[in-house]
Design a protein around this ligand. Structure first.
Ligand code: FES
Length: 101
């Protein structure tokens, strides 16, 4: 499995742990992870969808993502691996996020 950065158009799916269950979610090119998780009829926490409130903050356990915007996470949060689901675009096929962390 490659871990080198890809164009998000090459990403087919990602994994998300939510309420103790791990799901594989189809990735829709150009969409944020949050949008795909909602499309999969899962129920992650979110509010603003604009990178401001931090409600969608989750731990990235594996893979590479790019955040379009971040007006909430501190440098320390980023160093620990936290991302905003509503702003994150996957850049590798091995993205895994943990909503329970
Ligand atoms: S929902 Fe507010 S930062 Fe993502």
């Amino acid at each position: 499995m490659s871990t080198s950065p890809l164009n998000s158009n090459d990403v087919k799916s990602f994994r998300v742990a939510l309420d103790g269950v791990e799901h594989r979610v189809d990735y829709r090119p150009g969409a944020a992870l949050l949008d795909c998780i909602i499309d999969a009829d899962l129920d992650p926490a979110f509010q603003c969808r604009e990178g401001h409130c931090g409600t969608c903050m989750v731990l990235k356990v594996a893979g590479e993502v790019e955040m379009r915007q971040n007006n909430f996470l501190s440098r320390h949060d980023l160093e620990r691996g936290y991302i905003l689901l509503c702003q994150s675009i996957p850049l590798s096929n091995d993205v895994r996020v943990d909503c329970d962390a």
